[in-house]
Design a protein around this ligand. Structure first.
Ligand SMILES: NC(=O)c1ccc[n+]([C@@H]2O[C@H](COP(=O)([O-])OP(=O)(O)OC[C@H]3O[C@@H](n4cnc5c(N)ncnc54)[C@H](O)[C@@H]3O)[C@@H](O)[C@H]2O)c1
Length: 325
């Protein structure tokens, strides 16, 4: 029988691509989402509307979907907003995760894949960044994700919840056929902002800092295709289904790209120059942040299918030319 998966936050950018990949892999999928930042049009499986902080709504969703496993993407995920409204971030990201873990345990659902972030590390000691480095998150967003991890680590150690934690680096790209992609309001991610600036749909791109100690002076990040995040989730699901207790893994390509390299890739993909307004450094932005994905590769057999930045950016550009929502 097909495994049943409840995807919490499955109407959002990464969650909706994971739903597509799960359906393609033959899984039976139900989405739970409050549509606060997600899109009903992104969901082609049954959608239960509800808030991850609402125990009653979660109990109903678990009873209706009777999942073998849950994937939890629902969160507030804007670093700047988290600085202005930290309590909202702890409420949704920590409170919501605790509510989900508790109701899963009550319902006897014991497998969870959790969306975490490289922001839990804060300023990296060195790059590539591996899982052993200290976790000293700089923003309330990163702190809330680390606290959610701790809630789940406790549930794993003491209450028998099998938990796979995936710490994503910069999610990017879209379905290669243009049928699904990223649509955030407000948009804060470099690639969609640069594409829209090149297409003349947004003001010029604000480029934060050109004096970092990096080869071209701009920040270096690790862009991982959203379908490669999806394949990491499916590998975790398999591992939990096989009885593993779970662990935490970084998900990135292991290759850093500078902001300037991203802008060049956007110019190749769109055929248009990206207008730029140079700005000073943004507080708290590390010069370099790129992953060591060695453990994910060795332990879960994961390989990024989109290893080249140009391939990632061209899928994003295809979506951006005619977004469905
Ligand atoms: N986008 C990235 O580069 C990135 C990087 C690292 C980690 N992450 C993490 O990945 C996850 C997904 O990110 P995304 O970019 O797809 O974000 P997103 O905002 O597109 O998706 C989040 C989804 O969760 C839903 N949601 C939010 N609050 C909810 C609540 N209280 N109850 C029910 N549903 C709720 C939203 O409606 C949305 O559909 C988040 O947990 C985020 O922290 C994202």
């Amino acid at each position: 029988m097909a495994e049943r998966v409840l995807v919490v936050g499955g109407a959002g950018y990464i969650g909706s691509h994971c739903v597509r990949a799960l359906v393609s892999a033959g899984k039976d999928v139900v989405v739970f989402d409050d549509l606060s930042t997600g899109h009903a049009a992104a969901v082609e499986v049954p959608l239960i509307r509800g808030d991850v902080r609402d125990h009653g709504a979660l109990r109903t969703a678990l009873a209706l979907s009777r999942p073998d496993a849950v994937m939890h993407f629902a969160a507030k995920a804007l670093v700047g907003e988290s600085v202005a409204h930290p309590v909202r971030y702890f409420d949704t990201n920590v409170g919501g995760t605790a509510a989900l873990a508790l109701t899963m345990l009550e319902a006897g659902v014991r497998r969870l894949v959790f969306s975490s972030t490289c922001a839990v590390y804060g300023q990296p000691e060195r790059c590539p960044l591996d899982e052993r480095q200290d976790k000293r998150p700089l923003s309330p967003y990163g702190q809330s994700k680390r606290m959610a991890e701790e809630v789940l680590e406790g549930a794993r150690a003491q209450e028998g919840l099998q938990v796979a934690i995936l710490r994503y680096f910069n999610a990017a790209g879209a379905m290669p056929d243009g049928s699904l992609g990223e649509s955030h309001q407000p948009e804060t991610h470099l690639i969609p902002l640069a594409i829209d600036a090149a297409l003349g749909r947004r003001p010029p791109l604000r480029l934060f800092g050109e004096d970092y100690p990096t080869p071209d002076g701009t920040c270096v990040r690790d862009y991982v295709h959203v379908l490669d995040l999806a394949s990491a989730h499916i590998a975790c699901l398999q591992r939990l289904m096989d009885g593993d207790a779970g662990d935490a893994w970084n998900v990135g390509t292991g290759r850093g790209s500078s902001n300037r390299e991203v802008l060049s890739a956007v110019e190749r993909a769109t055929g248009a120059a990206v207008p730029v307004i140079p700005e000073g450094r943004r507080a708290g932005d590390p010069a370099e942040l790129w992953a060591d994905p060695q453990r994910l590769c060795a332990e879960l057999g994961w390989r990024p299918a989109f290893a080249d930045l140009n391939d990632i950016v061209s899928t994003a550009a295809r979506w951006a030319r005619s977004p469905r929502f």
